[in-house]
Write a protein that binds this ligand. Sequence first.
Ligand code: GLU
Length: 469
Amino acid sequence: MTVRVRFAPSPTGMFHVGGARSALQNWIYAKQQGGVFVLRIEDTDAARNKPEWTEGILSALDWIGISRGSYEGPYFQSANAGEHRAAAARLNESGRAYYCDCTREDVQARTGSQYQGYDGYHRDRGLGPGPGHALRFRTPDEGATVVVDLIRGEPTFENKLIEDFVIARGDGSPVFLLANVVDDMTMGITHVIRAEEHLPNTPKQQLLWEALGVKPPIWAHVPVVVNEKRQKLSKRRDKVALEAYRDEGYLAGAMRNYLMLLGWAPSDDREIVPWSVIEDEFRLDEVNLSSAFFDEKKLRAFNGEYIRALPVAEFIDACQPWLTGTGTIAPPPWQPEEFDADAFAAVAALAQTRIAVLSEIVPNVDFLFLASPLIDEAAWTKTMKDGSAELLDDAVAAFEALESWDAESLKSTLEAVGAERGLKLGKTQAPVRVAVTGRTVGLPLFESLEVLGRERTLTRMRAARLRLV
Ligand code: GLU
């Protein structure tokens, strides 16, 4: 038997980090089993679907390493609508389903409660098809449905507790529960690996498989991803869109490493692990049963490590979208013609050790490309105290006299200027840094001044001095 798994997102919003995790788990499982990964877009909710969400899913998967052309599909659920209807008709003809025109109010009037289920009223009333007549599946009264789950063992559901659920709406359109099963059948899916939130659907779906005469798949319900309050990640409340992380400058390698470590760890408990090791060692049945905390701080730390591990040339390439503002990334504050690739290359290695996400490159290097630095006013007020004007005067004079404009000489020169006033280097360089870069923190100052050049450095120091008059 060839293992066939599928990832079946609904294109109803930005592609979610939790979805990316499920996709990767399916992907790895297929690979480990020598199986096939199928992508199916569940696009039957016409009111909530948009083509751009589908495109977003494809490009986000591509980014994370599940690249177009390397899987089967994408199939579209809507293309299989005929099969969904045919399955509903088969279940009806075989007596496994029946029509019902009850509203929730009807049911509650009969049951006299806030009961949310269905009381089986139309089971044996022989109602025929018609507008507003939904088709319900007749669940068995006895026995139990045993689900084989790679993570949970064999969760068992008593059939009498499973209500007769709707499989096709009053307008004849099949619902998710049925369409999803019929698609999995048509596509020969052997293993359904998906989020735990679908577990309540599983006994119903397994009954549908059985009623349609096909051996049900093996299931794996993976615990959900939660925020720091242990709430399920939600797109309204939490930053969940994979694209948002991509555009902020998370590396795909860091992201997928982090996602796979949610609820699982390799044997030696290492955290930053090459993808090949994860692909070898990941085991679905080792996934922790409690929900996994998506910790953005930890992801940031992962990302910083991945950034530092890049060869500088690759780091320079990786920064390009933020330096040029390509795709959906906001343009930097400088004009394209102000950018100087050589100057960037000269400071890239210094920046690489200091940033945790690639977008942070921009505030670190903008002073190199802007005609005048973006002054952070709070930093200015905090730094430019009594004595700063005189200090800048002396520093300008000393720098003007420098024969060689290099980091070493700049440093020893400024050190000497400070020493005359009894100031340590840190205190001496603060006003110079603010004058030249506009900020109190940034790349090592003297290397920055060397790359910025004599003229521009002195112009900025003089301009700052004038502001202090
Ligand atoms: N379209 C469903 C979802 O996005 C798929 C559920 C499943 O994997 O079976 O939740």
